[in-house]
Ligand binder design. Structure first.
Ligand code: SF4
Length: 472
């Protein structure tokens, strides 16, 4: 998971790009980068949070009324400033390129590209490979036009296997954006008079005052030219299958993805979870969310159960998301600093703790310990999503089956391991029903069901599981 943005404006764009990256900081905290274009490319990348990656001088340096930005999600093997995006290519056009996703057939594409062209890939980043594949296609053409650009993009779609949402700044031409045929990663665009913005999440458009036009469709490429014209082409047949985990965990609740409000989806998750809790006949005094993602789930859950909703865990807002911290030991160490129990309200009470998911179980176990130390009478646990059992091939750092506590373990085993009195999971039907709307009813649910919309062969699975390469 990463965040991307591309902006073309009538004025300097750096502060809007910087603000966009701050707004989508939750999509990646490992590195950030901005490329703008004046009479040349101006590039600044840095490790860490957006606020740390750029200094005051960066704003003076990043001149131009067109630019793109990226926040990177950390993955094993993909870290280091050499893998930070955007990437740049100089021929046949100056192109700055930022990407969110994961290329499953990275190795075979890299081998073929290096054999067939004079290009070599120097990082382990999927973004650098995709950029060079696009540039190699554009090199075969004798002229530039939006149509020819879409033709080149179409060639990419034919050979690239995986998930990819992309923004690319083409010097003196405009901004290209495209989304893979399954539309696994989000991408949406909007306009403000003659200004244009394409970005991972709609909350950026709302916050910066852009009028939302629409989501980039699965398999669609759009091009916003420097003279302010928008071109679009549906390159590939729609096989829409967006990542359902965006709604459960990744996306901000104030975003709308493919016409579905993330906040409302989370309220629905709470309603559906109640059905499972009622089946078990669990008696509780209060519902406590693990902040922040599970808050709306816990609110609707408490409403439906007609019990108190209490903020029993206080979050230190200056510590980032632990799930996307690169090392397990770091994640565990941070829990106690990040969350502290409000002992007075939980003492002697039967508490239902609500979290978005249980990945390795170590974080959940630590949180349960915190509630027990607050002298709760009973601690029950409800997960907004079903048991996570299968690795994600599409850019989320859940690469090996061995990482999942629920893999090959019964619900009772998991309950005992995290130390709760009862454990209730969302059903897969409840999850899909909570998120679906009239238009989108099919989602990628592979990490819960093992049904992968885009398959990977053995070598590709090995690359994903060993974490070589840099997802975007
Ligand atoms: S496998 Fe899970 S996390 Fe990965 S894209 Fe599919 S639903 Fe999302």
């Amino acid at each position: 998971m990463c965040g991307i943005v591309g902006i073309q404006g009538s004025d300097e764009v750096v502060s809007n790009i910087f603000d966009s990256l701050l707004i989508i900081q939750h999509r990646g905290q490992d590195a950030a980068g901005i490329v703008t274009c004046s009479d040349r490319f101006n590039i600044k990348k840095g490790e860490g949070l957006v606020r740390d990656a750029f200094q005051q001088e960066s704003f003076n340096y990043l001149k131009g009324n067109i630019g793109i930005g990226h926040v990177r999600y950390p993955t094993l093997g993909g870290m280091g400033i050499e893998n930070a995006q955007p990437f740049i290519s100089t021929a046949p056009y100056g192109i700055a390129f930022a990407f969110n996703g994961n290329i499953i057939n990275f190795e075979s594409l890299k081998e073929k590209l290096e054999k067939d062209s004079r290009r070599i890939i120097i990082s382990t980043s999927d973004a650098e490979l995709l950029l060079n594949l696009l540039s190699a296609e554009l090199e075969k053409q004798s002229d530039f036009s939006p149509d020819l650009l879409f033709d080149a993009t179409k060639e990419l779609f034919k050979i690239v296997k995986g998930s990819y949402s992309v923004v690319a700044l083409i010097k003196d031409k405009g901004i290209l954006a495209f989304r893979d045929p399954y539309g696994i990663k989000p991408l949406i665009f909007g306009k403000k008079e003659n200004d244009f913005c394409v970005v991972s999440e709609s909350v950026v458009l709302d916050t910066l005052g852009y009028e939302i036009e629409r989501d980039v469709l699965p398999g669609e490429a759009i091009f916003f030219s420097t003279d302010g014209k928008l071109y679009t082409r549906k390159i590939s047949e729609e096989r829409h299958c967006p990542c359902i985990f965006e709604y459960v965990y990744f996306a901000r609740p104030d975003s709308i993805i493919d016409g579905i409000s993330v906040y409302e989806a989370r309220l629905n998750l709470g309603k559906n979870l109640v059905k499972e809790i009622k089946k078990k006949g669990i008696d509780i005094d209060m519902v406590v969310p693990v902040p922040d993602t599970s808050r709306p789930v816990a609110i609707s859950l408490a409403e439906e159960l007609n019990v108190k909703y209490r903020e029993g865990l206080m979050k230190n807002r200056y510590i980032g998301r632990t799930f996307i911290m690169p090392h397990q030991s770091k994640r565990e160490e941070l829990i106690r600093i990040k969350l502290s129990p409000v002992k007075e309200i939980m003492k002697g009470k039967k508490v239902l703790l609500v979290d978005d998911s249980i990945v390795r179980g170590t974080t959940s176990k630590k949180i349960v310990q915190l509630i027990r130390e607050a002298d709760a009478k009973e601690v029950h646990f409800a997960s907004s999503s079903p048991p996570l059992k299968y690795p994600c091939y599409y850019g989320i750092d859940m690469q090996t089956k061995g990482e999942f506590i629920a893999c090959k373990r019964s619900v009772e085993n998991v309950r005992d391991m995290i130390g709760v009195d009862s454990l209730t999971y969302q059903t897969i039907e409840g999850l899909i029903e909570a998120v679906s709307n009239d238009k989108v009813k099919k989602f990628c649910t592979a990490c819960f069901t093992g049904e992968y919309p885009i398959k990977a062969n053995e070598d590709e699975v090995q690359r994903i599981e060993t974490g070589r390469g840099c997802k975007g």
